[in-house]
Design a protein around this ligand. Structure first.
Ligand code: SAH
Length: 352
């Protein structure tokens, strides 16, 4: 597999058969991670960026089969943070050195475009030196444009899987990969720093599906890609499904780093939940972002996308201090600043 890894490093693309072979075997992981770390270092040094996650609502009109806050989740206690509470999260986050805030939530009809625009404008007025990321699902192009005009800088919308049949197995029939894809291209067109991503080991996923994810990412050329292992939630149709593999998630992180060396790749909470050292291993496989939780402790447990999610009991400050120490231990450090994407330093003539 080393030749394929070398070629990926050189030119940033492979065809579907090559991706499938590489991912199906998942061999030479240490060789891959070394190259991935070198690529990350060339673009970002030993910096790891931190993003303050604010989980502001767990109401959701969607019914994704894997997700613990899906509409039909009966014993989910619903909550929504007020504008004041959200701004208070930012205040505490700012004091802890965060310069990116991520507003994430279910698709909650209470948060109309007008309410969101007002919230975005207030957050940007209070923290003009911070980047604001939205992660609130599928909207119309007009809505995305309004949020951008109000000051939002970035948007995270995982595509979940780029195989349309697999997409249908994970989602109710009113959702489609086609619409997800359309949203992602709109976001890029409008000018957001755009992030997609997928779960590793979701029910029905094959090496070929993951190959299609890599081809989709090659086509979209996003700024960020978030991936983590699928983890079952007890109150979903996928409660009894096996969880995704940490080793394969790490392998995919390494491949993503070589596919597009200036990507912002988080070592996700799901990875940290599946393995006690998951986030550190993620960074050592090529990730360069962490996303500690800034939500008030009283709501943490309620934003339960999957079982046993970590950091639901600690204050943000405690989580950050621990993360800071563990990053230093592996030779990285949590950087100050917004952490915008670096220029791709790979030479054009290599893209063949
Ligand atoms: N409503 C927003 C935010 C979704 S939650 C949106 O649609 O974009 C953020 C991500 O968590 C999802 O995109 C999904 O990839 C991940 N996620 C949800 N349930 C999960 C599970 N059971 N295991 C692992 N990841 C999960």
């Amino acid at each position: 597999m080393r030749e394929l890894i070398d070629r990926l490093e050189r030119c940033g693309r492979l065809d579907k058969e090559e991706w499938t072979a590489l991912i199906g075997a998942a061999k030479d992981a240490e060789y891959l991670f070394e190259k991935a770390r070198a690529a990350a270092r060339r673009h970002y040094g030993t910096d790891v960026y931190k993003r303050g996650l604010i989980e502001f609502t767990n109401f959701c009109k969607n019914n994704c089969l894997y997700c613990g806050i899906r509409r039909d989740g009966r014993d989910t206690t619903r909550y929504r943070l007020s504008e004041e509470e959200i701004l208070d999260c930012c205040k505490r986050g700012y004091a802890l050195g965060f310069r990116t805030f991520v507003l994430q939530g279910g698709e909650d009809p209470y948060y109309t475009d007008d309410r969101l625009v007002k919230l975005i404008a207030e957050m940007k007025a209070a923290y003009p030196d911070c980047a604001l990321t939205l992660s609130i699902g599928e909207k119309s192009k007009e809505s995305y444009q309004k949020f951008f005009d109000a000051g939002a800088d970035r948007y995270l919308l995982r595509h979940e899987t780029a195989n349309p049949d697999h997409y249908r197995k994970l989602h109710p029939k009113e959702m489609s990969f086609e619409n997800r894809k359309k949203c992602l291209f709109w976001l890029k067109e409008i000018g957001y720093q755009t992030g997609c991503g997928f779960m590793v080991g979701s029910p029905g996923q094959t090496a070929e599906c993951l190959a299609e994810d890599m081809l989709f990412i090659t086509e979209l050329q996003p700024d960020m890609v978030g991936i983590g292992p699928f983890l079952p939630h007890h109150n979903t149709p996928f409660a009894k499904e096996a969880k995704g593999s940490v080793a394969l998630t790490l392998y995919m992180i390494g491949l993503l780093r070589l596919l597009k060396p200036n990507l912002l790749i988080p070592a996700t909470t799901a990875l940290g939940t599946a393995d006690a050292n998951g986030r550190e291993k993620g960074v050592l496989a090529g990730a360069n972002v962490v996303m500690p939780n800034l939500s008030p402790v009283r709501v943490r447990r309620k934003y339960e996308l999957y079982d046993n999610k970590i950091c639901t009991g600690d204050e943000a400050a405690e989580c950050c201090a621990a993360l800071e120490r563990s990053m230093e231990r592996i030779g990285f450090h949590l950087a100050k600043g917004r952490g915008d994407p670096a220029e791709d330093q790979r030479k054009e003539e290599n893209y063949v």
